[in-house]
Design a binder for this molecule. Structure first.
Ligand code: FES
Length: 290
């Protein structure tokens, strides 16, 4: 006969239980490593993990750091470099930046979580940002976002903010996000794909756009540089461009001025309006010495 305290513990199932509990609950005949939640989550494998940030990435990191008098100033482009490798900033990416820049992981994490351009979940091949700030929202931005969320969702469930349709990083995968004012109110409602502008959108035009992205096409943005993909743009944001000047122009340049944007300046010129001249004898405010 067994007393309650002598009852054998139930064999734990793989799951998210802390490892100590798993170990304590397992009998001697249980292969603890085999049922470890760590193994189930893919963190423990028989093969050593491939190095995410190899020698080439370290060399690029050093190149970024050399641009600044103090290494910590290189954090923002470094995080873009990490995103060009991983498609987001993982905890490993945080540790990489901290190590390269002599910062703590907490300092790097504070920056990553502050700026919306740094993603904490793997991104799709394309990042679609729909402006739902006041002017765009009033002119149809909310309807565009809703339509895209439903169109890209599955089983009747709309895609959520920063969620991805398809497998992140795979061709045709798309991450959808709400964006605050994209500084293009004169073309509202607007959206961006990998930070390139698609102006004067409608729900129908936006659905057509994401469908062509899913087919592997790259429709030309309304203005600016041609469309590439999220990781390539992150590389540019880290400050790496083609050395060949012609290729550089093709990759990153493009006409960006538009009649709508210039209209105010044209009206002012026609009517002779100018900004008030600055009086020469007005002293500039004192700036605190650094
Ligand atoms: S409100 Fe959408 S670009 Fe300004």
């Amino acid at each position: 006969m067994t007393t309650p305290s002598q009852q054998p513990s139930p064999t734990p199932k793989p799951g998210r239980d802390p490892a100590e509990r798993t170990h304590a609950a397992a009998g001697e005949d249980v292969d603890v490593m085999a049922i470890s939640p760590v193994r189930e989550e893919g963190m423990l494998t028989d093969e050593p993990p491939a190095e995410t940030f190899g020698a080439d990435v370290v060399a690029q990191a050093r190149e970024i750091i050399a641009r600044y008098p103090q290494s910590r100033s290189a954090l923002l482009p470094m995080l873009h470099l990490v995103q060009s490798v991983e498609g987001y900033v993982s905890q490993e990416g945080v540790a990489f930046c901290a190590e390269q820049l002599g910062l703590s992981e907490a300092e790097v994490s504070a920056v990553v979580t502050f700026y919306t351009m740094y993603k904490r979940k793997p991104c799709g091949e394309h990042l679609v940002s729909v402006c739902t700030n006041t002017l765009c929202a009033a002119l149809g931005g909310d309807a565009i976002y809703r339509q895209l969320a439903e169109h890209l969702g599955e089983d009747g469930k709309p895609l959520g903010h920063e969620e991805t349709a398809g497998t992140p990083g795979e061709p045709g995968s798309i991450t959808l996000e709400h964006a605050e004012c994209l500084a293009a109110c004169d073309f509202a409602p607007v959206l961006q794909v990998n930070y390139e502008y698609y102006d004067n959108q409608t729900p129908e035009k936006a659905v057509e756009l994401v469908d062509s992205l899913r087919r592997g096409e790259k429709p030309a943005p309304t203005r600016g540089a041609p469309l590439s993909d999220f990781k390539s743009v992150e590389r540019q944001l880290a400050g790496f461009f083609p050395e060949d000047d012609d290729q550089f122009r093709i990759d990153v340049d493009g006409p960006s001025q538009a009649v709508e944007t210039l209209r105010g300046a044209q009206l002012a010129a026609e009517r002779g309006w100018t900004a008030p001249a600055m009086a020469e004898d007005v002293p500039l405010p004192e700036v605190e010495a650094k």
